[in-house]
Design a protein around this ligand. Structure first.
Ligand SMILES: Cc1cc2nc3c(=O)[nH]c(=O)nc-3n(C[C@H](O)[C@H](O)[C@H](O)COP(=O)(O)OP(=O)(O)OC[C@H]3O[C@@H](n4cnc5c(N)ncnc54)[C@H](O)[C@@H]3O)c2cc1C
Length: 509
């Protein structure tokens, strides 16, 4: 444990137990069946926990592969097949619940390798390094303020400290009551930070949540600042698998669920949900039906809204859920992912993953040939490189290839040598499946429990009453949904963890 973690622990920044779990039989005492719709992180986390407790679980996944936004699949290139992914992911160390699921297939988490550095690149300002901050608050914040070239003492004096207080005093009820109808943009403006500090320290962070600051709730920004920087003892450093996500995660998790008697069906889309006298029936696109006492809907927001709209029974048994869908089902702005296979390489000193500030489209760049083994082997064989470029909240209605070329052009403005790489292959996608966190949306955000008995929700847009985000929220809500089912059936629940639930200054407000 580092000095900063010790100090953090002293002031209460440590892992918290949200639900100790237990309280029932290791295996459910009578037969219980559950259908989980969606085979992303949320659905598979629920399935893992349920199957281990003896629940008969069936996962229905519409896509040909598991994983959803963390999916991976084979792509035929001119010189052979390569697995590509829905996009590079940072596995942060305070993702306690997601890591607990991954430990099922790799108890030592050797699948995750530390990624050195976390630089933020800009055309206007020198690179800012986040990767080597002390892990825990308050030292990480002090180090950031003292060390960062983007903030000087005079800037701190000019800052509106009252406006900054909410960042340090996250409290779920208070923060959302006070700030949910304000935009993240307005909150950042009210801090009166110099433009450089705003761009290099704050904007790059808020972009990672797949929402534009002008359309994102300030309360959500404060919650994420707490979850990633000010409330967790693990720091901003992160890890990643060095194999593709199918090999490292989805194939082993599928085997784990199947070993415990569960079934995982890919290429099977749920088309409607029906309430019957003895439980639920899920009909699917292939004309089949699956009956179960419990259903977990673990799909992305637009898919949830579509499924609810196609299920007239829900108007009767889950009117509140139905009423929330028009707001919840509208996703955030589109995001774009472009993977390039190139002749030649960028400079040896470039980081495996870099965030990008204030380029019109490009938000991050990942060097896959220095990260994953398959890309590494391809690069060694060809002398080439594999680059993945992301835009987290881009202009709507622009084709994926156009966004890809914009991002590549913007990368060359940051790394001049990138302009000299010759493109061999490109796989580009643009999608809009991330939850929107618009101002005022918190009150209408659904939670894991619905108003219909035996029907639960899970996913990264579903509300939790403890701090969580992105992959970790997906896993945590999946586990919480499984716990509701286990408790109803007399089975032992799974522990649920979080970072410190409230900000360091929350009590003094
Ligand atoms: C480019 C990119 C980069 C990201 N980077 C990070 C990162 O660095 N760190 C991080 O923590 N998070 C990151 N995320 C976010 C992360 O991927 C998500 O938070 C997480 O994967 C959401 O999981 P989920 O299970 O809630 O939803 P999803 O992954 O969307 O899973 C939902 C599943 O439901 C399936 N489905 C939909 N409709 C139906 C139906 N009718 N029947 C059956 N199945 C259906 C879908 O096919 C999908 O597989 C990133 C996301 C993207 C897109």
């Amino acid at each position: 444990m580092s000095l900063s973690q010790l100090l953090g622990r002293f002031v209460g920044v440590r892992q918290h137990v949200v639900d100790p779990g237990g309280g029932g039989a290791p295996r459910v005492p009578q037969p219980v069946d559950t259908v989980v719709v969606g085979g992303g992180i949320a659905g598979m986390s629920a399935a893992v926990v349920l199957a281990e407790r003896g629940v008969t679980v069936t996962v229905l996944e519409a896509a040909p592969n598991l994983g959803g936004r963390l999916g991976a699949w084979p792509e035929a290139l001119a010189d052979g097949v390569q697995r590509v992914e829905h996009g590079f992911h940072a596995f942060f160390r305070q993702y306690y619940n997601w890591r607990a699921i991954l430990r099922r297939v790799d108890p030592g988490l050797s699948l995750l390798k530390p990624i050195p550095g976390y630089p933020i690149l800009s055309r206007r300002w020198p690179t800012e390094e986040f990767g080597d901050l002390p892990p825990a608050p308050p030292l990480n914040l002090l180090a950031l303020l003292l060390r960062s070239p983007s903030v000087r003492l005079a800037d701190l004096r000019g800052m509106d400290r009252d406006a900054a207080l909410p960042l340090l005093s996250y409290d779920r009820a208070g923060t959302y009551a006070e700030l949910d109808t304000t935009t993240a943009d307005d909150l950042l403006t009210s801090l009166r930070l110099p433009d450089r500090a705003r761009a290099m320290l704050f904007e790059v962070f808020s972009h990672s949540f797949f929402n534009h600051e002008a359309e994102m709730s300030a309360a959500e920004l404060v919650a994420q600042f707490h979850f990633y920087l000010l409330g967790n003892p693990e720091g901003l450093a992160f890890d990643c698998p060095d194999e593709d996500y199918a090999t490292a995660i989805w194939d082993p998790l599928t085997r784990h669920v199947e070993r415990h008697g569960g079934r995982v069906r890919t290429g099977v889309a749920a088309t409607a949900l029906h309430r019957e006298a003895d439980g639920w029936r899920v009909s699917t696109g292939d004309g089949a039906s699956y009956r179960a006492g419990h259903v977990v809907l673990a799909v992305d927001p637009p898919a949830l809204a579509a499924l609810v709209a196609a299920s007239p029974d829900l108007a009767r048994v889950a009117p509140e859920l139905v009423a929330r869908m028009p707001g919840y089902g509208r996703p955030g702005p589109p995001y774009a992912v472009a993977r390039y296979w190139c002749d030649g390489d960028v400079d040896a000193g470039r980081a495996v993953f870099s965030g990008v500030s204030r380029q019109p489209t490009l938000d991050s760049v990942t060097l896959y040939h220095r990260l994953e083994n398959e890309s590494r082997r391809w690069a060694a064989r060809t002398g080439g490189s594999v680059l993945e470029l992301h835009a987290y909240a881009c202009e709507p209605d622009v084709p994926a290839e156009v966004l890809a070329e914009r991002m590549r052009g913007e990368l060359a403005e940051l790394w001049p040598e990138a302009a000299r790489l010759r493109v061999r292959e490109l796989r580009a996608r643009v999608e809009a499946r991330a939850p929107a966190f618009t101002p005022g949306s918190n009150a209408g955000r659904p939670g894991v429990r619905t108003d219909a008995a035996g029907l639960y929700l899970a996913g990264d847009g579903i509300a939790t009453d403890f701090p969580s985000a992105l992959m970790e929220r997906a896993a945590a809500t999946g586990i919480v949904a499984a716990n509701h089912i286990l408790r109803a059936a007399g089975g032992a629940a799974e522990p649920v963890y979080s970072v410190r639930p409230r900000g360091l200054l929350a009590r003094r407000r």
